[in-house]
Ligand binder design. Structure first.
Ligand SMILES: NC(=O)c1ccc[n+]([C@@H]2O[C@H](COP(=O)([O-])OP(=O)(O)OC[C@H]3O[C@@H](n4cnc5c(N)ncnc54)[C@H](O)[C@@H]3O)[C@@H](O)[C@H]2O)c1
Ligand SMILES: [Zn+2]
Ligand SMILES: [Zn+2]
Length: 392
């Protein structure tokens, strides 16, 4: 089959590789009909995530048709499914609490040591996201093996277009969980850093959860325009100082909740960001954490911090004092996708949530390297790239 493989920093290629096979009785094989490139994929593309190996197949946002099932899969051949990016068993202590991204059994037994060492415990597996998260082949491919297919994939009713439901695989539940983690109360003002797909879905979700005002922050005018369409007020951080603007907009109080949907590759010539960048490039540090630092400083006293953004390593200059003294709460994590999928599928079917506005580019899987380059280098216009095998 054809699949998009990682070969190094800024080097991804569509290769011919072996077709996947059923390994475990709970597996199924999906023929991919649509798959998307995510902001998280850029962290791999830019070489920030350790334990990648040349030839690793990328992609964790995908859907398709079931073409093979193991003896214990509950799916049937021919069904259309969306697959969550988190690989979880459904029956361990954490899955029992619906904390699927914390599953104890998502990583192959011989692949648990790295996460154990860095994070204290192994996490769930992730598709196409390094050997630290299981080394599973991803879905930017013609076919993909889906472990625990009796737990993860959600069956899509006949006749529903792929583009309406594809984002159930990651960014829609991620934006939703980000807003949920912000513990929004009616009347709240919520500030969202980053108007990528995650930030834009967080904006939409925050309003649905009762926020009175949402203030979206970015520097790409087109992305800020999309946030405005959902009713957000906006701050372009290249035109206004963010903290000062937020204070003016909230009468000096600060937002009730802040959501960081930027992550470890924050842009901008801010002093702390430049220092982080130098440290990352000289292996003295890992993550660029400007946006979470700024969000904590801007948040009102007693407010809530939600951090869907991905961070991987260690940070310094973290405003722990402000965090403690202001009595803030922080909630974060890889999304527990399986927990959110059924209700969000219903919301899409009932027309309460629209996800298709986000898609700016559709391409053949063969053009995936071009799609990565565009998504990386023209984020203003390229909001989401959807790859479809055989698309012309
Ligand atoms: N928790 C999860 O399970 C999960 C799932 C999906 C994505 N993510 C993470 O969420 C983050 C966002 O994903 P995405 O797909 O929307 O990415 P994206 O790269 O498309 O968007 C990030 C946005 O942040 C903006 N930005 C950069 N620096 C900024 C700054 N200093 N202030 C304000 N905005 C700034 C960029 O201009 C861009 O529009 C990434 O870190 C991604 O890895 C997490
Ligand atoms: Zn993703
Ligand atoms: Zn589990």
């Amino acid at each position: 089959m054809r699949a998009l493989a990682w070969h190094g920093k800024h080097d991804v290629r569509v290769d011919t590789v072996d077709d996947p096979e059923i390994v475990n009785q709970r597996d199924c094989i999906i023929k991919v009909t649509a798959t998307a490139i995510c902001g998280s994929d850029l962290h791999l593309y830019d070489g920030y995530i350790p334990t990648m190996q040349a030839g690793d197949i990328l992609g964790h946002e995908f859907m398709g048709e079931v073409v093979e099932v193991g003896a214990k899969s509950t799916l049937k051949k021919g069904q259309k499914v969306v697959v969550p990016f988190t690989i979880a068993c459904g029956s361990c202590y954490h899955c029992g609490k619906h904390q699927y991204s914390a599953c104890d059994n998502g990583l192959p037994a011989d692949n648990q040591d790295i996460a154990q060492e860095i994070y204290g415990q192994p996490m769930s597996g992730l598709f196409g996201y390094s050997h630290m998260t299981g080394g599973y082949a991803g879905g930017q491919a013609e076919y993909v093996r889906v472990p625990f297919s009796d737990v993860g994939p959600i069956v899509i009713p006949d006749g529903v277009e792929d583009e309406k439901v594809l984002f159930l695989s990651d960014i829609l539940p991620t934006g939703w969980m980000a807003a949920e983690n912000a513990q929004i109360e009616p009347g709240d003002t919520v500030a969202v850093w980053g108007c990528g797909p995650v930030g834009l879905f967080a904006v939409q979700s925050a309003f649905l959860m009762g926020a009175e005002r949402v203030i979206a922050i970015d520097h790409f005018p087109h992305r800020l325009e999309l946030a405005k369409k959902f009713g957000a007020e906006t701050i372009n951080y290249e035109e206004s100082a963010v903290y000062e603007a937020l204070m003016v907009m909230t009468g000096g109080i600060g937002p009730d909740a802040v959501i960081d949907s930027v992550g470890l590759e924050a842009h901008g010539f801010f002093v702390d960001n430049v220092v982080d960048q130098i440290k990352a490039s000289t292996f003295l540090g890992t993550d660029r954490t400007h946006s979470i630092r700024q969000a904590i400083i801007a948040c009102r006293k007693g407010g809530r911090v939600s951090m869907p953004a991905v961070y991987g390593g260690f940070v310094d200059k973290f405003p722990l004092g402000a965090f403690m003294e202001k009595g803030l709460t922080l909630k974060t994590g890889q999304t527990h996708v399986q927990h959110y999928m059924p209700a969000l599928l219903n919301a899409i079917m009932e027309g309460k949530i629209d996800t298709t506005f986000l898609i700016s580019h559709r391409m053949d899987l063969e053009d995936a390297p071009k799609g990565y380059d565009m998504f990386k280098n023209n984020q203003n216009e390229v909001t989401k790239v959807v790859l479809k095998p055989g698309f012309n």
